[in-house]
Design a protein around this ligand. Structure first.
Ligand code: GCV
Length: 687
C-alpha cells in the first residue's frame, strides 16, 4: 500500500513538473480553500479583490476577511492597513493592493503583521516603447500587446481583452498603477480619433485594476496632424489645439493620466526648435491638463553631438530650469547620466533639482544587458541606484529619498520602468526576465526593499510546486529550499555583477557593437557616424591607458555631484573602483587596491564574468528535478547562449584592448578562443 501511495505521489509530482509555459507569471496559485468575505461596498475593483481572495486563499479554511473602505489619515494614496484577516483602505484600489499583499504573504510564508503599508511613489508606471505598427523599440519578447498593423489594427477582439486583463492583473498584483501605451519616439497618429478609441478600450479593461492609461506624444503634432503652420508652444493657436486635444481625450477616457514627452532628443521635435525652453513646452501642455488633473512627464534624456561630455548635458540643460515648471510637470530622468548602461553612477540631477518633481526612469527591457537571452536580475542594479547617496541635503539623501517625497515636498512622486513585455507566451522572452517586471513593481511600491527579499518572493511564487489538490499551504521543503531556492537566488543576486564583469567592468560603458546594443564592439566607429554614438568616445583606449577622464583635469563631470561625493569621485584613489574608468583615464599599470595592475585586473574581471555564467549553467542543471520540463529546458538553452556570448565579450574586449596595452593576458586565466578579426567582421549582429 505504502508503495502504491508513493507511486501515486510521484506521478502527481511529475505531472506537476511536466510543463509550464510561463504565461501565468508569479500568479500561478489557485486554491479551493473556502473563505468568507465581508464588504459593505461594491465596485468593479472590489469585485476583483473578492474574486482574488476566493481563488487564492491559503489562510485557515472558512476564515472571515473584512474589506473596509474607510478614511484613515495614516493611510496614504492607495496604501492600506493590514491585519491578519482585515484590510482597510481609503480607496477601493487600496483594498485590492491589500488583498494582493495578503495573498502574497500567505503564498511565500511571510508573516502577516498588523501594519499600515503605504507606497513609496504615488505613480508607478510602465513605459511601453510600442509602436502603432506593433513593433517594439528595444523589445525582445515579440510584438506589442496593444498595437498591430493590418486590416484589424483597430478592432478590439476578445483575445485582446483577455490579454489586457491578464496584463492588468499582473501589474496590479505588484502595485503598478499606470501604463504609457506607446513609444516615446511617438507617432503623431497616436492622437487620432481611431487610436484614441482603442486607448479607450484598453483603459476600460485596465481601470478596475486601478491602472491609468497615459500616452507619449509627438511635440510637433499640431503641425503634423492639426493642420497648423507651427507647433511653437507659445503660439495661441497651438495652445488652443492642445487644450482641445486634451479635452477630447478626457471626453473619451475620463480618467486619462497624462502625457510622456521626449522632446529635442535624438532628433525628436521640441520647443527648442522654436527658440523656446523645455519649461515653455512642458508648461503649455501642463496648463491644458490642469482642469482634468492630468500630468506631463517630460524627459531629461537630452544630448547633442557637441564637444561637451555627453554625461554632463542633461544636467546643464535642466538645472537652470529648476523651479520654472508647473506643479503637474514631472521631469523623468534616466537612472544614469548616459543611457541605461550595465553600470552607471546615478544622474547628478537627482537631488539637485530641488524645486521640481523629478522621477527616475529605469529600463526593465534589457537593451544593454543581453536582451532576452541573458539571465540578469536587474533588482540589484536598481537597489544600488536607489540607495546611492547624493549628499544633496546631508547624508541620508539617497536617490530614493530625494525622489519619493521624503526630502523634497514634490507635488507628485513617480517612478517609471521601460517595459519588457510582448506577445511571447511567457510575456518577457526569458522566464527570468519576468523577475525584472516583478522587481520593478515591488521597488516602485517600496523603494527600501532588498533584492534578496524580492528574489525570494519571486522564486517562491514562480517556481514553487503547490500540493496536487491545490488547496493547502505551498510546501517549501528543506530539500526545495537548499537545492532550488537558495542556489537560484544566489544566481539572481549575482547575475548583474556577472554581466558587468563580462561586458563592462570597472566603469567601462557603451562599448557595444552597432546600434543593436547586444554584443561587444569597442572598435565600432564607422566613418561619418557622430562620435558620441561610437564606443571609442567612451573607452578612450590608447597606449597610455583606458577610461574617460571626467575629473577636474578632464570634462569635470564630477563637479555636477554634491560634496563630499564630488571630491571622492575626482580622485582615483577614493573613487569607488566600480566607477573607476567612468571618471578616470588611467595608465595600464595603474595599481588597483588589490595590488594588481589595471590591465591585469580588467583581464581577471572579464574572466570572472565568464566563469560566473558557466557556474550558473551547472547550478541550473542541478535544479532540473525541481522545475517543470518546459521552463527548465528553455532556461537551460538561454544559459548556453549566454555563456557563448560572455566568452565573446571577454575575448573581443581583451584582444581589442590588448592592442593598446601591449601586455600579456595573465597566464593563469583561460586564453581567448575567438579571433579578433573574425569578431570584428561578424560585428556580433543579432540575427
Ligand atoms: C526610445 C536610447 C535607445 C533608444 C531610445 C532612447 C530613449 O538611445 O537606444 O532606442 O528610444 O534611448 O530613451 O529615448
Amino acid at each position: 500500500m505504502k508503495r502504491l501511495i508513493g507511486v501515486f505521489m510521484a506521478v502527481c509530482f511529475s505531472i506537476a513538473l511536466f510543463a509550464e509555459n510561463g504565461h501565468n507569471l508569479w500568479l500561478r496559485n489557485k486554491s479551493n480553500n473556502p473563505v468568507n468575505i465581508v464588504s459593505k461596498k461594491s465596485s468593479a475593483t472590489l469585485a476583483i479583490a473578492k474574486e482574488e481572495l476566493q481563488q487564492g486563499w491559503l489562510g485557515e479554511a472558512n476564515s472571515t476577511v473584512t474589506l473596509l473602505v474607510k478614511q484613515d489619515k495614516t493611510i496614504k494614496g492607495d496604501g492600506f492597513k493590514l491585519t491578519t484577516n482585515n484590510i482597510q483602505a481609503n480607496t477601493d484600489l487600496g483594498i485590492l493592493n491589500g488583498v494582493y499583499e495578503l495573498l502574497r504573504r500567505q503564498q511565500t510564508g511571510e508573516a502577516i503583521q498588523d501594519a499600515v503599508i503605504n507606497p513609496s511613489y504615488e505613480l508607478r508606471l510602465l513605459n511601453h516603447w510600442d509602436n502603432l505598427d506593433g513593433s517594439i523599440e528595444r523589445g525582445y519578447a515579440g510584438l506589442s500587446i496593444f498595437w498591430r498593423k493590418g486590416d484589424d489594427a483597430f478592432k478590439v477582439t476578445e483575445t485582446d481583452k483577455q490579454l489586457w486583463k491578464e496584463y492588468a492583473r499582473a501589474n496590479a498584483s505588484i502595485g503598478i498603477n499606470g501604463s504609457v501605451l506607446n513609444n516615446v519616439n511617438a507617432s503623431p497618429d497616436m492622437l487620432k480619433k481611431e487610436t484614441l478609441e482603442r486607448v479607450k478600450a484598453i483603459a476600460e479593461i485596465l481601470r478596475p485594476y486601478g491602472i491609468k492609461t497615459y500616452l507619449s506624444i509627438k511635440f510637433s503634432s499640431p503641425a503634423m496632424i492639426g493642420g497648423l503652420k507651427t507647433s511653437d508652444p507659445l503660439d495661441p493657436e497651438v495652445i488652443t489645439w492642445w487644450k482641445n486635444k486634451v479635452k477630447e481625450i478626457y471626453s473619451i477616457i475620463p480618467d486619462f493620466g497624462g502625457f510622456l514627452v521626449k522632446a529635442n532628443s535624438e532628433g525628436q521635435p521640441g520647443p527648442q526648435d522654436f527658440g523656446r525652453t523645455h519649461a515653455d513646452g512642458a508648461n503649455m501642455l501642463a496648463d491644458a491638463f490642469k482642469p482634468f488633473g492630468g500630468i506631463v512627464m517630460w524627459r531629461a534624456f537630452v544630448y547633442s553631438p557637441s564637444t561637451e561630455d555627453r554625461a554632463k548635458q542633461a544636467y546643464n540643460e535642466f538645472m537652470p530650469l529648476d523651479g520654472q515648471f508647473r506643479d503637474n510637470v514631472i521631469i523623468q530622468v534616466k537612472n544614469g547620466p548616459v543611457d541605461f548602461q550595465p553600470r552607471e553612477p546615478f544622474s547628478p540631477l537627482f537631488g539637485a533639482m530641488k524645486k521640481t518633481s523629478v522621477m527616475p526612469e529605469l529600463q526593465i527591457t534589457q537593451e544593454y544587458l543581453g536582451h532576452s537571452t541573458h539571465l540578469v536580475f536587474l533588482s540589484t542594479m536598481w537597489e544600488e541606484f536607489l540607495k546611492s547617496e547624493t549628499y544633496q541635503e546631508g547624508s541620508g539623501s539617497t536617490v530614493a529619498r530625494c525622489t519619493d517625497g521624503s526630502i523634497f515636498p514634490q507635488k507628485h512622486t513617480a517612478i517609471a520602468g521601460v517595459s519588457n513585455i510582448g506577445l511571447d507566451t511567457n510575456w518577457c522572452g526569458h522566464h527570468f526576465a519576468q523577475s525584472n517586471w516583478y522587481a520593478f513593481g515591488r521597488l516602485a511600491w517600496n523603494d527600501q526593499l532588498t533584492s534578496k527579499q524580492i528574489a525570494d518572493e519571486w522564486i517562491k511564487l514562480t517556481f514553487n510546486q503547490t500540493s496536487s489538490d491545490n488547496s493547502k499551504q505551498p510546501l517549501f521543503s528543506p530539500d526545495w529550499i537548499v537545492n532550488f531556492l537558495n542556489p537560484v537566488e544566489e544566481i539572481m543576486l549575482e547575475s548583474r555583477e556577472a554581466a558587468v564583469n563580462y561586458m563592462m567592468p570597472l566603469g567601462l560603458h557603451h562599448i557595444f557593437a552597432g546600434d543593436h546594443h547586444y554584443g561587444p564592439g569597442p572598435w565600432y566607429a564607422p566613418k561619418g557616424l557622430r562620435s558620441d554614438w561610437t564606443p571609442p568616445y567612451y573607452h578612450k583606449a590608447d597606449s597610455d591607458g583606458l577610461g574617460f577622464d571626467r575629473s577636474p583635469t578632464g570634462s569635470n563631470a564630477v563637479s555636477q555631484y554634491h560634496e563630499p561625493l564630488s571630491s571622492q569621485l575626482a580622485d582615483p584613489k577614493t573613487c569607488p573602483e566600480i566607477y573607476l574608468l567612468w571618471f578616470h583615464h588611467l595608465s595600464w599599470d595603474y595599481k588597483m587596491q588589490n595590488g594588481k595592475t589595471l590591465w591585469d585586473e580588467i583581464c581577471y574581471r572579464y574572466d570572472t564574468g565568464v566563469q560566473q555564467v558557466r557556474d550558473y549553467q551547472k547550478e541550473w542543471d542541478k535544479a532540473e528535478p525541481y522545475v517543470d520540463s518546459q521552463r527548465f529546458g528553455e532556461v537551460q538553452s538561454k544559459l548556453r547562449e549566454q555563456c557563448k556570448n560572455a566568452q565573446i565579450w571577454k575575448d573581443a574586449c581583451l584582444l581589442y584592448f590588448q592592442q593598446f596595452s601591449k601586455r600579456p593576458i595573465p597566464y593563469d586565466i583561460e586564453r581567448p578562443v575567438n579571433v579578433l578579426d573574425e569578431l570584428i567582421k561578424k560585428d556580433m549582429k543579432r540575427h
